[in-house]
Design a protein around this ligand. Structure first.
Ligand SMILES: *[C@@H]1O[C@H](CO)[C@@H](O)[C@H](O)[C@H]1NC(C)=O
Ligand SMILES: *[C@@H]1O[C@H](CO)[C@@H](O)[C@H](O)[C@H]1NC(C)=O
Ligand SMILES: *[C@@H]1O[C@H](CO)[C@@H](O)[C@H](O)[C@H]1NC(C)=O
Ligand SMILES: *[C@@H]1O[C@H](CO)[C@@H](O)[C@H](O)[C@H]1NC(C)=O
Ligand SMILES: *[C@@H]1O[C@H](CO)[C@@H](O)[C@H](O)[C@H]1NC(C)=O
Ligand SMILES: *[C@@H]1O[C@H](CO)[C@@H](O)[C@H](O)[C@H]1NC(C)=O
Ligand SMILES: *[C@@H]1O[C@H](CO)[C@@H](O)[C@H](O)[C@H]1NC(C)=O
Ligand SMILES: *[C@@H]1O[C@H](CO)[C@@H](O)[C@H](O)[C@H]1NC(C)=O
Length: 428
């Protein structure tokens, strides 16, 4: 079992040429002892999958990979072969490694069309490049894809023969849940097939991400429904404005009375770890928070030793009729490097455009692990509600964020030894 994690940015890049200012995306690898939750082949995992059968909602239990991404299991072919999958609302294709993928697919499950008696030739070429410069290419094939006991027949997906940027990822492949128009090859997407084949009663799906890396379950993806036990209060909806990404208009982002942006375009992207915005707006946000840019990592740093928690303002996202607030311990990444803590924010500046050329915000996992998200393909809208895990805090800041001379005692999840290093993938 791999035990390295990486900040992921699985957003399909649609207009690479016009995004000439795409920066180096800095990544952090974390080495750590796998937790029990990582044992996804284990019995706990299997027995907790629950399915209500055909035309009922299907619940997929997700595993939290150190708050960097969440994975779940699907199987493909007859007989079934199991794959660990990153479910990504920022792209549309489904791909898994092919039996013909050698060195770049080491330690990953592989699909062999010759060993599945339900496979059918498709032949279309596949190539995808994500926002962090990772890519996969290969050839499409059709086969039965099973999620729990719900089987999608004759589903087109790519068998990847060469992949790059995934060697430390604990998932085998990626399952895209954006609109069909973002598909790289005009194949019918898996969610559309699920609906068309009558497997779900409502064309919606919803994500719950638990920010507690040790909790079980680590998260939940439901096809066909929302899970009212995973959020509190009411759901706020916003219309999807372009049927490609799950893109909508945000009224504004506000930090201590400074408007960071107003009428901003935003997308919900489960495949991206951080919250990403246009560089100028991200710079303003950090001036307001009091964070400085760290050239080496491409992230913004704060002094978390001597600054009091109360000196860090909330970051408020106004969407529809509601305000979605991230407070300081929800928007900091706290790394322990050699007994020294380094604190970065989860906000990163990257100029990314939608297909109208407008700059967009990407609300990734550090937003979605506090707000339950709903994706409605029928009414073409997204929904957000306060997650039941909104108030979970990973650490008790006894030594940090204080002027006092208390001895350093930090109840950070002890099984993780956090190692910081920059990987600087260049996007071609
Ligand atoms: C799916 O699982 C449910 C619950 O375990 C079971 O009742 C149902 O028969 C299964 N459906 C199929 C098609 O196997
Ligand atoms: C396909 O394989 C499954 C499991 O190996 C077997 O049960 C089934 O009979 C096979 N179907 C055909 C058409 O060969
Ligand atoms: C399947 O088998 C055929 C014939 O043996 C072979 O030519 C082909 O390369 C195989 N395909 C894969 C994906 O291994
Ligand atoms: C995979 O892609 C890399 C990077 O583009 C390339 O150097 C390598 O030759 C490719 N490998 C195969 C087997 O195509
Ligand atoms: C494979 O799936 C595609 C839809 O993505 C469909 O157009 C095509 O007909 C399928 N191929 C076969 C052989 O069924
Ligand atoms: C942020 O939103 C909270 C409610 O969630 C509100 O109490 C607070 O005043 C807001 N702050 C700013 C700067 O808008
Ligand atoms: C908000 O801004 C005011 C001045 O504009 C400042 O005095 C105050 O400390 C700031 N609050 C936070 C939490 O940053
Ligand atoms: C916002 O509130 C108004 C009045 O309460 C209501 O008519 C409208 O539908 C709400 N809009 C959204 C997006 O919830």
């Amino acid at each position: 079992m791999l035990n390295l994690y990486i900040i992921v940015f699985l957003l399909l890049i649609t207009n690479i040429s016009s995004s000439s200012d795409l920066p180096r995306i800095s990544c952090y690898r974390i080495s750590g002892v796998p937790t029990r939750n990582n044992d996804i082949e284990g019995e706990t995992y299997k027995s907790s999958l629950r399915f209500i059968g055909k035309t009922s909602p299907v619940t997929e239990i997700l595993i939290n990979q150190a708050n960097f991404y969440w994975i779940g299991l699907i199987s493909i072919g007859t007989p079934k072969r199991t794959f660990r999958i990153d479910f990504d609302t920022g792209s549309t294709d489904l791909w898994v490694p092919s039996i013909q993928c050698h060195s770049s697919c080491e330690n990953k499950a592989k699909y062999d069309s010759n060993k599945s008696n339900t496979s059918r030739a498709n032949g279309a070429a596949f190539r995808i490049v994500y926002g962090d410069g990772s890519f996969a290419n290969g050839v499409f094939v059709n086969d039965t894809v099973t999620i729990g006991n719900l089987s999608i027949l004759n589903q087109a997906f790519a068998q990847a023969k060469n992949i790059s940027g995934f060697s430390t990822s604990t998932f085998d492949g990626v399952l895209g849940l954006a609109y069909s128009s973002l598909g790289t090859s005009g194949q019918t997407s898996i969610f559309y097939n699920m609906w068309q084949q009558g497997l779900i009663t409502n064309p919606i799906f919803s994500f719950y991400f638990n920010p507690d890396p040790d909790a079980y379950p680590g998260g939940e993806l439901i096809f066909g429904d929302v899970d009212p036990t995973k959020y509190s209060g009411s759901i706020t909806y916003a219309n999807v404005i372009i049927h490609a990404y799950w893109e909508f208009m945000m009224n504004n982002i506000q930090v201590n009375n400074t408007i960071i942006c107003s009428n901003c375009r935003a997308i919900l992207d489960t495949g991206t770890t951080l919250i990403i915005g246009p560089k100028i707006q991200i710079a303003l946000l950090h001036r307001t928070i009091g964070a400085i840019f760290d050239e080496e990592t491409g992230l913004y740093m704060v002094d978390c030793y001597t600054r009091l928690l109360s000196s860090f303002p909330d970051v408020n996202f106004s969407i529809g009729n509601s305000t979605f607030t991230l407070s300081v311990l929800q928007y900091l990444l706290i790394f322990n490097d050699d007994d020294k803590y380094i604190c970065y924010t989860v906000f990163q500046g990257v100029n990314l455009h939608d297909n109208t050329g407008a700059l967009i915000w990407i609300l990734g996992d550090y937003f979605l692990n506090r707000f339950y998200s709903i994706y409605d393909l029928n009414l073409n809208r997204i929904g957000l509600a306060k997650s039941i895990s909104y108030d979970y805090f990973q650490l008790s800041p006894i030594s940090l964020f204080t002027y006092s001379n208390k001895t350093i005692q930090f109840s950070f999840n002890p099984i993780f030894i956090w190692l910081l290093f920059v990987c600087n993938i260049l996007l071609k």
